[in-house]
Design a protein around this ligand. Structure first.
Ligand code: IFM
Length: 476
């Protein structure tokens, strides 16, 4: 049953944008074509033991060669907008110098075809595929990378700035900095909390510098944004210690990114909490003003909540795990598992975190339009008789879209929602084992099959409404 339950419709405001998102390395393949250079993810994926089963993005969903098919599918779904990322090593194979015309032209064709089909292109400049040469010079631990990024942004803007109205600088700098340089789960695979914080600052500086260079190159009225995966952090109990643990985790996961951009520089408590690992001398006078260059919209990616506490022995039946190096300065804190449903990634399913984050952004920060730029879930889907039954994903999407509706009804300025992801794809260190798509990809044949969730999402888009999860009152 993939239609909407007409008795339970929660309608969105006119003009609400419905989309789907992908990222270059996760879907494109064609890693050696048209002059593309090597990225840190090519290196990482080809290093033994880094990615499950030795999977790589060499072919992925072969989107580079199947753009026409994929845009036809987007059209079939009725998408208003498509969020994609540009691969930096296609545009600048070594991370600096003039544009590689053949590589950049792939995105020109993509954008033109999208527009031709009435689908609004939403462009992200950096979704983790740093040119390898820049990594060889230190990657995001090297301040110069921020300047290289601003130059790259200008090259893309000069070529397609007249056709794309919504630009994001970075996707999830949390992941680039903390998974890349803290826990080492992502490329380049380093494990050092001080370097992770350094990288986080240089990424934010890169965002600020790129925002400046985009403003100089893009037509007036073009929207510039960043995409953050904010964490919905909750204390495991009502003790002062658990509340303090949540404050600290919130500082590294959220306020480090939000405050210099939307308020007045890095939070004092964050600097105090992390003084044992860094003196923050990587922040130069004037940096925070650059990071605070005005943006037009904030992209929010949400998947799951995080429950934290100070380290203590687990109670009977309680599951605790030390917070990984992905939370710099939090080595003495635990993540606490809560009972309840989880996705194929083992991620808890709880849309409350999304609603709380949206309300919190409105409460704690100056007014800014928000777009849900990613939300979705991986489950082990199978094609059966030409169909893919994915009720768990459909339920996840329904619950989260309803949470967005609730926030909109409460006056939070949310302009749109993008499902992650359009297609099954290369899920980073998990390889192809985890399927996030609403469209199934059979990798050996590259056959695409719309899952039930895709059929349902088409109805959501058509109705500009979601059917409320059962048990939730209809609110109009
Ligand atoms: O696949 C990723 C995406 O690249 C960034 N956000 C989270 C997704 C699911 O892990």
């Amino acid at each position: 049953m993939t239609g909407l339950d007409e008795r339970r419709l929660l309608r969105f405001p006119d003009g609400f944008v419905w989309g789907a998102a992908t990222a270059a390395y996760q879907i494109e393949g064609a890693v050696a074509e048209d002059g593309r250079g090597q990225s840190i993810w090519d290196t990482f994926a080809h290093t033994d033991g880094r990615v499950a089963r030795g999977d790589t993005g060499d072919v992925a969903a072969d989107h580079y060669h199947r753009v026409g098919t994929d845009i036809a599918l987007m059209r079939q779904l009725g998408l208003d907008a498509y969020r994609f990322s540009v691969a930096w090593p296609r545009v600048q194979p070594t991370g600096s110098g003039p544009a590689n015309v053949a590589g950049l032209d792939f995105y020109v064709r993509l954008v033109d075809q999208l527009i031709g089909q009435g689908i609004t292109p939403v462009l992200t400049l950096y979704h983790w595929d740093l040119p390898q040469e820049l990594q060889d010079a230190g990657g995001w631990a090297n301040r110069d990378t921020a300047d290289r990024f601003a130059e790259y942004a200008a090259l893309v803007a000069e070529r397609i700035g007249d056709r794309v109205n919504l630009w994001s600088t970075l996707n999830e700098p949390w992941c680039s900095a903390y998974l890349g340089y803290g826990s080492g789960e992502h490329a380049p695979g380093l494990q050092d909390p001080a370097t992770a914080l350094t990288a986080a600052h240089h990424l934010m500086l890169a965002h600020g510098r790129a925002t400046q260079s985009l403003r100089a190159s893009l037509p007036t009225g073009t929207n510039v944004s960043i995409v953050l995966n904010l964490a919905a952090v909750y204390p495991a109990s009502d003790t002062p210690e658990a509340h303090d643990a949540a404050r600290r985790a919130d500082a590294v996961a959220n306020r480090l990114f939000l405050d210099p951009m939307l308020r007045d520089g890095y939070p004092a408590d964050l600097i105090e909490d992390t003084k044992a690992i860094t003196d923050w001398s990587f922040v130069h006078p004037g940096d925070e003003a650059i990071i605070g260059a005005p943006i037009d919209l904030l992209g929010l990616n949400y998947y799951m909540p995080a429950i934290v506490d100070v380290r203590r022995p687990a109670a009977p039946g309680e599951e605790r795990n030390p917070l990984s190096g992905a939370w710099p300065g939090c080595a003495d804190l635990d993540g606490v598992a809560v009972e309840g449903p989880v996705t194929g990634m083992g991620w808890p399913i709880d849309a409350r975190g999304l609603a709380d984050l949206l309300h919190r952004l409105r409460r704690d920060y100056p007014p800014i339009p928000i777009m849900i730029t990613e939300n979705g879930a991986a489950f082990p889907d199978k094609v059966d008789g030409g169909e893919v039954r994915d009720p768990a994903r459909l339920g996840y999407l329904r619950e989260h879209i309803a949470a967005v509706h609730g926030a909109v009804a409460d006056g939070v300025d949310v302009r749109g929602y993008f499902v992650w992801s359009l297609l099954d794809n290369f899920e980073w260190a998990y390889g192809y084992e985890q399927r996030f798509g609403i469209i199934h990809v059979d990798y050996p044949t590259q056959q695409r099959t719309l899952k039930d969730s895709a059929h349902w999402y088409r109805e959501v888009i058509r109705a500009n409404a979601v059917d409320a999860p059962s048990g939730q009152p209809q609110s109009g």
